[in-house]
Design a protein around this ligand. Structure first.
Ligand code: C2E
Ligand code: CA
Ligand code: CA
Ligand code: CA
Length: 287
């Protein structure tokens, strides 16, 4: 808790004035950190539940702050969105992720890495240069569009026709779109009609405790019902699925039996620097 606490500029400020000051300070710090090149991308394996092999990775941003150490996104993404700095930060993550993915493909071949998936926030979708940024990131890295998956939350997608137009444009380019944290939003089902999604990611909240069916607890039963409904829905709509937040083998087994073929979570691999993903590709290539 202490480790987290030291990264909390905002939450420890008491009173609105102090909170406002803390926000302003964080905004300035973000700008400085961006100019100083302090942001890093870490990668969390996406793993086949059929074979146990890595098939790709989600890209997650970290801030290597000179005094505060490694800062987690929960402590700066909201401020980055509020200040608009998420646009240049997101552009950095996108470019770096495409570059890294192309390097892995060159080293391990097209069978090793099916996809790489950075997160995109709603502010980026409303940036007029976003589609051009994606095109440039693909062109400069040589990564083909089909291997790029952009992860979006439902709330991001729901905000307006402009965002939806951009998503259709990306879809037409061949870029795949994943609905993140699926099942937690307010209108998951109606959204799927308008949104050109290729992948839905079952939220961790439905995976937590899903293994405890022997006890017949209502909570676990409800999670299984949601997990089952999502896999059926995805099947009917021709969408791929990823189950998020898998923390033990029992959860992986349960989800696999329900029909999930790709999983993500601490049990399958934590977010790590790219070198560790490279090592895993190399180790699996030898098997
Ligand atoms: P998310 O997109 O839902 O990413 C999954 C988060 O869950 C990650 O946290 C990951 O480390 C964590 N996680 C993965 N497996 C497990 C597990 O088995 N157990 C538990 N307890 N947690 C697990 P992280 O990296 O701290 O990121 C938090 C959120 O910050 C992300 O949630 C995403 O919404 C946002 N984020 C991260 N990177 C970026 C980025 O580059 N751009 C934008 N716009 N948002 C980002
Ligand atoms: Ca995500
Ligand atoms: Ca998620
Ligand atoms: Ca989330």
């Amino acid at each position: 808790a202490k480790e987290r606490g030291k990264n909390n500029w905002v939450r420890y400020a008491s009173g609105m004035e102090q909170a406002a000051q803390a926000h302003a300070r964080l905004g300035g710090e973000l700008r400085r950190g961006l100019d100083a090149g302090e942001f890093r991308v870490v990668y969390q394996p996406l793993v086949s539940l059929d074979t146990g092999r890595i098939i790709g990775a989600e890209a997650l941003v970290r801030w290597a702050h000179p005094e505060r150490g490694l800062v987690s996104p929960a402590d700066f993404i909201p401020a980055a969105e509020r200040t608009g700095l998420i646009v240049p930060l997101g552009r950095f993550v996108l470019r770096e992720t495409c570059r890294q993915a192309a390097a892995w493909l060159a080293e391990f071949g097209p069978d090793a890495l099916a996809k790489v998936a950075p997160n995109v926030s709603v502010r980026q979708l409303h940036d007029p240069d976003f589609v051009d940024d994606v095109k440039a990131a693909l062109a400069d890295s040589g990564l083909c569009a089909e291997r790029l998956v952009l992860e979006l939350t439902e709330s991001a997608v729901l905000r307006g026709a402009q965002a939806l137009r951009v998503l259709h444009e990306l879809h037409d380019m061949g870029v795949r779109l994943a609905l993140d944290d699926f099942g937690t939003g307010e209108s998951s089902l109606s959204l799927l009609r308008a949104f050109p999604a290729a992948i839905v990611k079952l939220d961790k909240s439905f995976v937590d405790g899903i293994e405890f069916d022997e006890l017949g607890t209502p909570a676990a039963d409800a999670r299984q019902a949601v997990a089952r409904a999502v896999i059926q829905l995805a099947g009917a709509l021709g969408l791929d699925t990823v189950a998020e937040g898998i923390e033990n083998q029992e959860q992986a087994d349960r989800l696999h039996r329900l029909g999930y073929t790709v999983g993500q979570g601490y049990h399958l691999g934590r977010p790590v620097p790219p070198e560790e993903i490279t090592a895993r590709f190399a180790a699996e290539a030898e098997q």
